[in-house]
Design a protein around this ligand. Structure first.
Ligand SMILES: [Zn+2]
Length: 62
């Protein structure tokens, strides 16, 4: 909201879990997994999963 996306550094688009509806907001990161803010979804660790339901990355869409 009002923040310019840094297109060169991957996408700051929101990603939504297809199982539980949890939203990954790159601008905020994922504090529960020690993911710092401004981490694009594409740059999350391979073993990252939904903090809400545990779905792996393949379940996310945007
Ligand atoms: Zn989920």
């Amino acid at each position: 909201m009002g923040q310019p996306a840094t297109e060169a550094d991957g996408s700051l688009a929101l990603w939504v879990c297809n199982r539980c509806g949890w939203v990954y907001a790159p601008a905020e990161g994922d504090p529960t997994r020690r993911i710092p803010p401004l981490t694009a979804f594409e740059r999350l660790p391979p073993d990252w999963s939904c903090p809400s339901c545990g779905a792996d990355r393949d379940y996310f869409f945007h």
